[in-house]
Design a binder for this molecule. Structure first.
Ligand code: S3P
Length: 425
């Protein structure tokens, strides 16, 4: 599905609720599938990626019931079973990498597959450490399909050279079914939803700064309420900041420190952003976000903050086109391994719009403030976050833009354009 985006001349005003957190929903489905009993996930994410996880677990033995528009019941015997069919992870790297950790220590074999984009993504980062734990995984030159031959796992002490929550979570989940202790250390803090949820559900897990230790544990069935996804809120935050006359309140957004790098960056850029009504829900920090149209200034983004805003970099690039001065983003080379090569993709498409953006190996440089011209056709590279970032860029482009294959948005945000329409004057 292609869509045409026109310049917004009125501004966006009002309140919205954004879809629930994708990362947390994946983890809730996975962990509650390991817990013997019944539990309910309130405000679960209905995006395509989370349905990939849900259907996969149904194939390996759980039952589920969608109770109403917001609640999902998981019924599990606490034991998973072999599937005679391949387990399809769709477009979801989180599904494939985390589930590999769970399946490696089972007493049955499984085959994990994915769509064209997922089949190109690197799996060495999980295959190597899982193999050190005793896992037996056959792959297509370290890419999927992955044939996971269930094995006896032993805990290891692993020092990772990348800050990836998917790799960390994979090993912690493998550690749940391993002998002894599994210890994982990362260079910079990546999202810690797995650690928080494992603790919430009774696992024997401790984190000290960059190191997490887990021992084989029994997971308790408990209800989990999922907050809104800051990575989805990011598109509305950005639109609020760069579309003149905007004032938006985004309700019930997850504010876990490991995800709020974008808020720190916006404050550094001089953006009007305020957090209202901070609270704790199911062991996660939550609040409402107020943003208003702002005059932005450039900033430098690198090092420790990168994993705290990794999924927001394409939309931060759009923001930077409207900031006075030169914005530099570096140390973000892993962006090339996402649903698309996000460095190349955002640079190419923003250049088409008229932005002054230069590609670097590990990021890019943007000279602002530039006037986006539009009047062009943009590609989404089968990447939901590219699609949404380009939509926001279209809202401030002088002439309309045509975004090809916009349906990729459903991977994380069904109802994205409707949500914007609800905020239009
Ligand atoms: C995710 C971790 C990040 C992020 C992805 C979701 C997760 O990936 O980009 O969208 O839920 O653990 P990496 O672990 O590859 O950085």
């Amino acid at each position: 599905m292609d869509i045409k985006v026109n310049k917004n001349n009125n501004g966006f005003t009002g309140e919205i609720e954004i879809p629930s957190d994708k990362s947390i929903t994946h983890r809730a489905i996975m962990l509650l599938s390991l817990a013997k009993g019944k539990s309910v996930i309130n405000n679960f994410s209905k995006c395509a990626d989370c349905f990939s996880t849900l259907k996969l677990f149904a194939q390996i033995g759980i039952e589920y019931e969608i109770l109403n528009d917001t609640s999902l019941k998981i019924i599990s015997s606490g034991k998973l079973k072999k599937s005679d069919k391949e387990l399809y992870c769709g477009n979801s790297g989180t599904t494939m990498r985390l589930v590999s950790g769970i399946l490696s220590g089972q007493n049955f074999d499984s085959i994990l597959t994915g769509d064209e984009s997922l089949s190109k993504r690197p799996m060495k980062r999980i295959i190597e450490p899982l193999s050190m734990m005793g896992a037996n995984i056959e792959s297509n030159n370290f890419k999927s399909p992955l044939k996971i031959n269930g094995s006896h796992l032993c805990g290891i002490n692993y020092v990772s050279n990348i800050s990836s929550a998917q790799v960390k979570s994979c090993l912690l989940l493998a550690g749940l079914h391993a002998d002894g202790e599994t210890v994982y250390t990362e260079p910079y803090l990546s999202r810690n939803h797995s650690e928080l949820m494992l603790k919430y559900l009774g696992a024997d897990i401790e984190t000290d700064n960059l190191t997490t230790k887990i021992k084989s544990s029994v997971i308790e069935p408990k209800n989990i309420s999922v907050c809104g996804d800051i990575s989805s809120a990011a598109f509305f935050i950005a639109a609020g900041l760069i579309v003149p006359n905007s004032r938006i309140i985004i309700k019930n957004v997850g504010l876990n420190y490991t995800r709020t790098g974008i808020i720190d960056v916006i404050r550094q850029m001089g953006g009007n952003i305020e957090i209202l009504d901070k609270r704790i829900v199911s062991n996660e920090e939550v609040g409402d976000i107020l943003v208003e149209y702002s005059q932005l200034k450039a900033c430098e983004i690198s090092g420790e903050i990168i994993p705290r805003l990794i999924d927001e970099i394409p939309i931060i690039a759009v923001l930077a086109t409207q900031a006075e001065g030169t914005t530099i983003i570096k140390d973000a080379q892993d962006l090339r391994n996402k649903e698309s090569d996000r460095i190349k993709a955002i640079v190419t498409e923003l250049q088409k719009l008229g932005a002054d953006i230069i590609e670097m190996e590990d990021g890019f440089t943007i000279n602002g403030k530039c006037r986006l011209i539009g009047n062009c056709e943009l590609q989404t590279y089968c990447d939901h976050r590219l699609a949404m970032s380009l939509y926001v860029a279209g809202l401030i482009s002088k002439e309309s833009v045509l975004i090809k294959d916009f349906h990729w948005v459903n991977i994380s945000f069904p109802g994205f354009t409707r949500a914007f329409a609800g905020l239009s004057a």
